[in-house]
Unconditional design. Structure first.
Length: 81
């Protein structure tokens, strides 16, 4: 979880809630704030969500991955961490 907060503070928030120009100068016109990648403007709230797949043992024809875990994209795991 520590890495998540570090990423959000150091990468996500500065990119999504941008209040400086490409030179690092403050944007004086607040209508220019929160433009994502200079073109897309943030119009509503940001929704961050995690969806986890069910962990199962891998199975394949050659048994190369028989001791590894796979995560089926068609399933969801709602158990606690």
């Amino acid at each position: 979880i520590g890495e998540t907060w570090t990423w959000m503070n150091d990468v996500f928030f500065p990119k999504v809630f941008k209040q400086t120009d490409y030179r690092g100068e403050p944007l004086t016109d607040k209508s220019d704030w929160s433009h994502v990648l200079s073109y897309n403007a943030l119009v509503g709230p940001v929704w961050i969500e995690q969806e986890r797949s069910t962990k199962i043992l891998c199975s394949d024809e050659s048994d190369i991955a028989k001791d590894m875990y796979c995560y089926d994209a068609e399933t969801s795991d709602i158990s606690d961490f």
